[in-house]
Ligand binder design. Structure first.
Ligand SMILES: [Ca+2]
Ligand SMILES: [Ca+2]
Length: 88
């Protein structure tokens, strides 16, 4: 919602606003929306690290080389956010 407001501001000519996440890293499966599918992917890779059988680099949302509660929390923080209008 906040991003939509920013995009509206941009569309009317203001450059004072910018969306901080043009492409959401929290959209783990890159389908344009942060939802339960993304949470499930992070949950599936939970407690994994590079080289681990369940490691999924996309699930490591904060990029610290371990999938933990911080990654889950980061996805939940923007749950419901859509990025489709920003990805085109
Ligand atoms: Ca998604
Ligand atoms: Ca992490």
């Amino acid at each position: 919602m906040l991003c939509q407001i920013f995009m509206f501001a941009l569309s009317v000519g203001s450059s004072a606003f910018a969306c901080p996440h043009p492409k959401l890293v929290e959209d783990v499966n890159e389908d344009g929306v942060v939802d339960m599918l993304d949470v499930a992917i992070v949950a599936k890779a939970f407690a994994s690290y590079p080289g681990h059988p369940r490691w999924n680099s996309r699930a490591d949302v904060d990029g610290n080389n371990i999938v933990d509660i911080a990654d889950v929390a980061q996805v939940l923080k923007v749950f419901g956010t859509t990025s489709k209008h920003l990805m085109n």
